[in-house]
Design a protein around this ligand. Structure first.
Ligand code: C2O
Ligand code: CU
Length: 486
């Protein structure tokens, strides 16, 4: 029986028994070692931190000597890194000192299964933090792994200018790696000749794959050399912090395995190439090259092959046995009960306006008189988020029963890819009819054009939770909604 609550905003729902899964997951197994047992959460100490969002003229190495009016959360090296041990609370005082009178901000702790009032979505779970105001975030991240945090206000510009950082929750290794390195990947929408930013939002981009930026970077530098202990097994935490770009990542000239996806452990699988959209993460273990030798991180996405970083073997070579990377501890996420799960179907698509914009790109005269004030280019089940911010809340697409399992069928009816992000919960990928991926947990699932994927989760976190595409120009032009767990 459907309850009335499950039918709120027109999302198609059926209560089904164990559903036929379309397209089983497969992946080449090449290693022998098993995941460690899930960890226990043991509360420990807290060290308070302060993040001050403000404009800081910054000269990242990739800006080639120019200083740009970045907006950042910290002084010193960008991006900021918050590093905790499992069981430690995150305790952050956010101060908004942004340079415009109405520039509110907030912090979303992307991928964390946190209490709803810590989730950082303005209007939905907290008041936007106005200039001159503070907000304290204080929660215990329940999962180890590689996460990141970012503004959830005027995101296309604030993220474009750099309001983001890295969150690492330690304690997941079953044995120490020889190195642990974070690689924060993003582009910059900059005009280096004029030492300023280009516009972060374009109709052309928003109606298509998003506005790609011209300057690539890894940890703020163009194609940097990263020293690794020669011959060692090194953990690389790759985070796509870009508002827009979908990368197709591979490692050349050495062996590489994926050990975690979106921070959540998987049995190690060989990396061939991996599609890493905005907000997605993978943890790799690579065998560092011998002394003085190099390996490369490559992006082979639509714009062609780009070398993103070099790994340089340094010091006396560690004589490690054949590559069989140490796995992490298994996830601590509740297993959904597929037999009793309720199903929701979601279709991700353009709106008619989006269709019109995409097809009239080379004829601005056509776009000129069109009323684009609502900028609804993208939709979920035919609904577009009503505004560019969250000030006017529509009803949730559904109220989910706390503790119950759900299967979402996610169908991409458009000709562009969409990394679909769920707040406060973590999907378990069940099936896909287009992409070959190992079974894994994810908070941001890439859907390629025409793809149908099935994911499942236990709605075990009460509150109002966003569900949106993480290409920010898609999110801000309609591909966003939320659900309630009660
Ligand atoms: Cu990282 Cu609502 O997003
Ligand atoms: Cu999208």
């Amino acid at each position: 029986m459907l309850t009335r609550r499950q039918l709120i905003a027109g999302a198609a729902v059926t209560v089904a028994g164990a559903a036929a899964v379309t397209g089983a997951l497969k992946w080449r197994k090449a290693y022998t070692r098993k995941l460690g047992p899930p960890l226990k959460l043991v509360p420990s100490k807290t060290s308070p931190l302060e993040l001050v969002a403000t404009e800081r003229p910054t000269s990242l190495p990739c800006f080639k000597g120019r200083s740009l009016p970045m907006w950042t959360f910290n002084d010193g090296v960008w991006p900021p890194v918050i590093r905790l041990k499992l069981g430690e609370r995150l305790d952050v005082a956010l101060k908004n000192q942004l340079p415009r009178a109405d520039e509110s901000t907030s912090i979303h702790w992307h991928g964390c299964r946190l209490p709803n009032n810590q989730d950082g979505v303005p209007y939905l779970v907290q008041k936007p933090v106005m200039p001159g105001e503070d907000f304290r975030y204080n929660f215990m991240p329940p999962d180890t792994g590689t996460f990141f945090f970012h503004t959830h206000c005027n995101t296309v510009e604030q993220l474009g200018r750099g309001l983001q950082g890295i969150l690492i929750v330690d304690g997941d290794t079953t044995e120490p790696y020889d190195a642990d390195v974070v690689l924060f990947l993003r582009d910059w929408q900059v005009d280096l000749d004029n030492s300023n930013f280009n516009s972060f939002f374009t109709l052309r981009g928003a109606g298509r794959a998003g506005t790609y930026a011209p300057v690539r970077s890894v940890n703020g530098a163009t194609n940097p050399d990263i020293a690794l202990p020669a011959g060692g097994d090194c953990r690389l935490r790759l985070i796509n912090g870009d508002p827009t770009r979908i990368m197709m990542l591979s490692v050349e000239d050495t062996e590489a395995a994926i050990v975690a996806i979106d921070g959540f452990a998987v049995e190690p699988v060989p990396l061939t190439s991996w599609t890493l959209g905005p907000a997605m993460r993978i943890d790799l273990v690579i065998r560092a090259p011998d002394t003085g030798k190099r390996a490369k991180l490559i992006d082979d996405s639509i714009s062609g092959r780009v070398e993103l970083a070099n790994f340089v073997g340094t010091g006396t070579s560690l004589a490690r046995p054949d590559f069989d990377p140490a796995p992490l501890h298994a996830v601590r996420i509740a297993e959904p009960d597929l037999a009793s799960a309720a199903r929701f179907d979601f279709a991700f698509d353009r709106t008619d306006t989006g269709q019109f914009v995409a097809t009239s790109l080379d004829n601005p005269v056509l776009i000129g008189p069109l009323c684009l004030s609502s900028r609804s280019f993208w939709s979920i089940n035919g609904h577009s988020w009503p505004d560019r911010d969250h000030a006017q809340l529509p009803p949730p697409f559904a109220v989910l029963d706390r503790g119950k399992s759900y299967i979402f069928t996610l169908k991409n009816n458009s000709s562009f890819s969409h990394p679909i992000h769920i707040h406060g919960h973590t999907f378990k990928l069940l099936s896909s009819d287009k992409q070959d991926r190992p079974p894994h947990h994810t908070d941001t699932l890439m859907l390629v054009p025409g793809e149908t994927a099935e994911v499942a989760f236990v709605a075990d976190n009460p509150g109002e939770w966003m569900f949106h595409c993480h290409i920010i120009e898609h999110q801000e032009t309609g591909m966003m909604n939320y659900f309630t767990v009660a």
